[in-house]
Design a protein around this ligand. Structure first.
Ligand SMILES: [Zn+2]
Length: 309
């Protein structure tokens, strides 16, 4: 009588170990900054339309409930909002994607007067808030430009209070990276397909190494895998190369979730008491808050030398 049950149990155990050897289930929220299109104003409105359409098509194809963070200053041409650029935001919303505020002029909180910075946050929702209200939505998240959140506890806490008073939740980042360097180089290489190919392939490899690094950092700092928040930008680079990157992430076991779902994990309630000059990953903020040494952060993948020059 025992034998068939034992066989069944063994079979089940083997099936389970088989499942365990496949890629584990991992979760990631994808956040895309500098909408409608960065960097700066390097692209004409028709070019921005192409970049936006390709980016959105890729996100929909991979079933990614991304959130885009808008710099309303980038909507303006000759001092007033260009309806064609405003329409790019409508495209994001029509695709079922969320939009948040990233400041009107992308001001660095560590460099400007906090009152000026706060005024820029409100200036950055003059198009967004009515646009979302048409759909019974409101801007829920704020992403700090450069991830810079204040150089003193006083500025940091008064800023947090200001954002909360305006119903904004801070959008943290766990997987910080130097994608923006690839993005700038890619935008400048528009007439050099060979260089673009090299940049794109190197970018995908670099991002996979970065993701692996932050998976390891989560284990080291939090003690377990966490739902990550990845920072990317609305760049031509991603219009062309986000597709293979998302495929590789899916192969690695990633499922793409809304920012709201990622932030529901208790680790995102950890204290961020970091004050400093540069913007850093929230994982590293939590580590510093837990008294961990900076040596914990060693091993972050670096850019290839040819790109640093
Ligand atoms: Zn930005």
């Amino acid at each position: 009588m025992m034998k068939p049950i034992l066989h069944l149990a063994l079979g089940l155990a083997m099936a389970m170990s088989g499942a365990a050897s496949a890629a584990p289930i991992r979760q990631m929220a994808i956040t895309i900054d500098d909408l409608p299109v960065g960097p700066g104003s390097m692209h004409s409105t028709p070019e921005q339309e192409v970049i936006t359409e390709r980016l959105i098509a890729t996100l929909l194809e991979h079933d990614v409930p991304a959130i885009g963070f808008v710099n309303e200053g980038k909507l303006e041409v000759d001092g007033s909002v260009d309806p064609a650029r405003r329409a790019l935001l409508v495209r994001w919303l029509d695709a079922g994607l969320e939009l948040g505020n990233h400041g009107y002029a992308h001001l660095d909180l560590n460099r400007v007067d906090p009152a000026e910075w706060q005024a820029d946050v409100l200036r950055g929702e003059r198009v967004l808030r009515p646009l979302l209200a048409e759909r019974n939505q409101r801007p829920r998240y704020f992403r700090h430009p450069f991830l810079r959140t204040g150089r003193s506890l006083e500025v940091k806490s008064s800023t947090e209070a200001f954002l909360a008073a305006h119903d904004y939740q801070v959008a943290p980042v766990t997987i910080d990276n130097q994608e923006w360097i690839f993005g700038g180089a890619y935008a400048r290489a528009s007439d050099d397909p060979g260089r673009r190919e090299r940049l794109g392939e190197t970018y995908v490899d670099y991002m996979l190494a970065i993701v692996a690094y932050y998976e390891q950092q989560a284990e080291a700092i939090v003690g377990e895998a966490i739902p990550h928040v990845l920072l990317l930008h609305a760049y031509a680079l991603n219009a062309d190369w986000l597709d293979p990157l998302l495929s590789k992430l899916a192969e690695r076991g990633y499922r793409f979730i809304p920012l709201e779902d990622a932030l529901a994990h208790p680790v995102y309630s950890s204290k961020d008491a970091y004050v400093g000059r540069v913007g850093i990953s929230w994982l590293h903020r939590w580590a510093l808050g837990r008294g961990m040494p900076e040596s914990t952060f060693e091993g972050e993948p670096t850019l290839p030398g040819w790109l640093q020059q």
